[in-house]
Design a protein around this ligand. Structure first.
Ligand SMILES: *Cc1c(COP(=O)(O)O)cnc(C)c1O
Length: 407
């Protein structure tokens, strides 16, 4: 292939910053350099006004009060602030947290830390589709439970959890409900109050804004929720998160929120068609391709596919890595462990190793998808042609039985 163009289908890892976002940010580097906490001169006032405006844009996107938005450095920090912050703040009420095995590492590792600090954490299984079992969730709640933390949609599979039903269970038992909504805010309509979410983490760089800025929504009324600060300093962000605000970043985050609110419907209509085209073509062109996770409860721009008897990392080499996709998740692909998310869905090591996540975005073009269909079809066919296991499989040998006994 002499064609060296690069195609970006890894929008769940991060999105390109929309040029309109960059334009909105530029005046806040040099022309308006103020610190939003400088109350005694115009530079500070201009910065504070810009931050207030962005806070409104973000609050409008998720239908909350702007006072309920706490700015952070990203979703990792927001997850940590929510989980550790609730654990400390509500220590007198209890020490038990419930979460899912398929959560992002930012949630799982914060929970591990809570366990070290004397907390108890229940990690719930998911079903074959990647969905929580509501009966198991309710049964796990005890009188020591203070928090349920369940992600809105999964980063690897795009599977969307039944938020309203989870919210109702939390409400019935008087337990706080936190959600890592990083993969949904700015992508599909999200309204935490409507589904009973009290704390919600999200980030700018997954919705066409800049990296290094995120937010935690903290419900202020019925119930009034508080979290113990994890970073102490000047008492910024209503005492919950100290540190000089990243003014250009926040301005960009706000602009990204405004654009998403206006454009998500159109983006999604286009992207779901492209996603379906990609999925259908690959499944028609190739044998033994499986979709991982619920087809019905899924984000419109994501598909996670397993190509049986083809190793994902090897497959990526066949197209010279000029198509950016993800095998496993970006956060775990440094190791060659198969994805813990896919394993939690019940996939064996072989299918988990043969998985690729395609995540489309606002700047994905139809010709990118067409090119990808062609490159993947060729790549998978090529690898299977070279594979003795595939040959045996085609001859009718029960490969799974052989691989099993070889372990
Ligand atoms: C990307 C991601 C995060 C981490 O967000 P950062 O802003 O990069 O820290 C957390 N949770 C989920 C579900 C994500 O997809």
């Amino acid at each position: 292939m002499s064609d060296k163009r690069l195609i970006y289908l890894d929008n769940n890892a991060t999105t390109p910053t929309d040029p309109r976002v960059v334009d909105a940010m530029l005046p806040y580097f040099y022309q308006n350099p103020g610190n939003a906490a400088s109350r005694n001169h115009p530079f500070g006032w201009v910065a504070e006004e810009a931050v207030d405006y962005a806070r409104e844009q973000i609050a409008n996107l998720i239908h909350v009060d702007s006072k309920e938005i706490i700015f952070t450095s990203g979703a990792t920090e927001s997850d940590n602030l929510a989980i550790k912050g609730v654990f400390e703040m509500y220590a007198r009420k209890g020490n038990h947290i419930i979460t899912l095995k398929t959560e992002h590492k930012a949630v799982l590792d914060a929970c591990k830390k809570v366990e070290k600090m004397g907390g108890e954490v229940t990690y719930l299984d998911v079903d074959r589709e990647g969905l929580v079992n509501l009966d198991e969730l309710e049964a796990a709640i005890t009188d020591k439970t203070i928090l349920v933390s369940i992600m809105w949609a999964n980063n690897e599979t795009g599977v969307i959890q039944p938020m309203k039903e989870i919210g109702a269970i939390c409400e019935k038992h008087g337990v706080l409900f936190m959600s890592d909504a990083t993969q949904v805010v700015g992508k599909i309509p999200v309204n935490p109050k409507e589904v009973g979410v009290h704390l919600m983490a999200f980030t700018s760089h997954k919705m066409y804004g800049p990296k290094g800025v995120g937010a935690l929504f903290v419900n202020r009324k019925n119930p009034r929720v508080k979290v113990t600060a994890q970073i102490d300093g000047g008492g910024h962000e209503r005492g919950m998160r100290s540190g000089t605000l990243n003014v250009p970043g926040i301005v960009g985050f706000g602009k990204a929120a405004e654009l998403s609110a206006k454009e998500m419907e159109e983006d999604n209509a286009r992207l779901s068609k492209l996603r379906d085209k990609l999925e259908t073509a690959l499944m028609n062109n190739l044998e033994e391709v499986y979709i991982n996770g619920s087809k019905e409860h899924r984000m419109p721009h994501v598909t996670n596919l397993s190509f049986k008897h083809v190793e994902g990392e090897g497959l990526m080499m066949t197209f010279n890595q000029n198509i950016a996709v993800s095998s496993g998740s970006a956060c775990t692909s440094a190791s060659l462990e198969p994805s813990y998310v896919l394993k939690a869905l019940g996939l064996g090591d072989d299918l988990a190793h043969s998985s690729i996540r395609f995540s489309l975005g606002r700047f994905t073009k139809e010709e990118d998808v067409d090119y990808t269909i062609e490159a993947l079809t060729k790549g998978v066919s090529h690898m299977r042609d070279l594979s003795p296991i595939w040959e045996m499989y085609k001859e009718g040998v029960d490969i799974d039985a052989i691989e099993w006994s070889a372990h």
